[in-house]
Design a protein around this ligand. Structure first.
Ligand code: NAP
Length: 377
């Protein structure tokens, strides 16, 4: 199979091992076709007496939220280095929308989702230091968290402190580690910096405002409504801008007395990218980390020259590539939760079977803060 990979947050080689096998199969031919499509060697699929059926959301075709179906899938036994985890809460992230709509490519059919917390229900050979009953969480690869239970490589999970509620963990693993990367790794925000955050009331945006405020930055944020502006202000955004009513470039210019901001965190992409460049101070940084409104248009590098600007397009996975980096990022997030710097807004929960409704609301900008799916049983 050829991958038509145009753009992804995650390295290609790490996308090729889905652990759930779709099994609502009418015939052997269809079974073989789906196994091939999953790029999972068919020899490794066996209907052993120990395999189990679980419920999951399955995407068989690219499209709107309606392509996410509630199906039975077969869970195989954990192999060398793997664990089985019974999910208790699953994070919904905008990247799940990109994959469902085909902007980011993944072989069909697939179980979406890249973030979950749960209880270890089985441990494969060669795994040490992990036991049945442990509470663990992961964010990133592999794809496949919209399921009651899943197989994960042991090395991608982190232990969860018992004091933290599972819904909070599922709200903050991927988004919180992303904020760690944005504020501590891509550009180190310090006291006295002025920053601009787009989608300031969103899942990532809410945490970004809280953390940046605690670091001593002056935070400017863009949002679409009065309600979201009020939430952003509560989260430490000093200057919420309702971009549906005001030109955000002009407002940033006014707020900073023409100096511009040290860094823009832009996850909206197409609609904001050019304006973001205009908002930057001399030698400012544009951290373009998402494209909720679409991929930014190409632009000449010479556009950076007028103010000696920096541009980076980070992905969480590239900053948590080693286990040390992963544990450091997760540790920083959990420490900020426990100290009260991060006050996670679990503003929306849906039964896992209703993931399509969660996606529809996210795409329609009806949500703020984090969205969590709770397994039905
Ligand atoms: N690079 C990475 O590793 C990484 C990791 C995590 C997340 N991200 C990115 O961070 C962004 C935020 O993710 P999230 O899960 O926390 O989502 P979110 O911010 O909760 O939701 C997206 C928000 O973007 C705004 N938006 C602007 N134009 C939009 C459009 N055309 N369609 C939909 N929303 C639009 C909306 O806020 P308003 O109503 O205020 O406009 C909406 O609520 C996404 O772009 C995601 O891809 C990147």
């Amino acid at each position: 199979m050829t991958f038509a990979f145009t753009q992804t947050l995650f390295p290609l080689k790490r996308l090729q091992s889905p652990f759930l096998l779709i099994s609502s199969l009418k015939s052997r031919a269809k079974f073989t076709q789906i196994v091939a499509a999953l790029k999972y060697p068919s020899s490794s699929y066996s209907k052993s007496s120990s395999s189990e059926m679980v419920k999951a959301i399955v995407v068989r075709e690219i499209g709107g939220p309606e392509v996410m179906k509630w199906e039975d899938v077969e869970l195989i036994e954990p192999k060398e280095g793997e664990i089985r985890v019974k999910n208790t809460a699953i994070g919904v992230n905008f990247i799940d929308v990109y994959f469902r709509k085909g902007g980011y490519k993944f072989p069909l059919p697939f179980v979406p989702g890249r973030e979950a917390v749960g209880v270890v229900s089985a441990v494969g050979p060669g795994v040490t230091g992990r036991k049945v009953g442990d509470v663990v969480a992961y964010a990133g690869d592999p794809m496949g968290s919209y399921t009651e239970e899943q197989i994960l490589p042991d090395k991608v999970v982190v232990p969860v402190p018992p004091s933290i509620d599972h819904k909070v963990v599922a709200s903050v693993m991927l988004k919180g580690m992303t904020v760690h990367v944005l504020l501590r790794r891509c550009f180190k925000v310090e006291q006295g910096h002025t920053i601009l955050v787009h989608a300031a009331a969103g899942g990532v945006g809410s945490l970004l405002c809280q953390w940046a405020n605690a670091l001593g930055a002056t935070v400017i944020g863009t949002v679409s409504s009065e309600e979201k502006a009020a939430q952003a202000a509560e989260d430490g955004c000093h200057h919420p801008i309702i971009y549906t009513k005001e030109d955000f470039v002009e407002r940033v210019n006014e707020i900073t007395s023409g100096k511009g901001v040290n860094v823009v965190y832009d996850s909206v992409g197409k609609d904001t990218f050019k304006g973001s460049l205009q908002c930057l101070a001399l030698r400012g940084y544009l951290v373009s980390f998402g494209q909720s409104s679409g991929t930014p248009d190409p632009f000449p590098i010479s556009d950076l020259a007028s103010k000696a600007l920096f541009l980076t397009r980070p992905s969480l996975m590239h900053y948590t590539a080693t286990q040390d980096e992963l544990l450091a990022a997760a540790g920083d997030v959990f420490a900020n939760l426990e100290s009260g710097v991060l006050r996670v807004r679990v503003n929306h929960t849906y039964p896992l079977s209703e993931a399509a409704r969660a996606h529809a609301d996210l795409e329609a900008r009806k949500t703020s803060g984090s969205i969590v799916l709770i397994p039905d049983n």
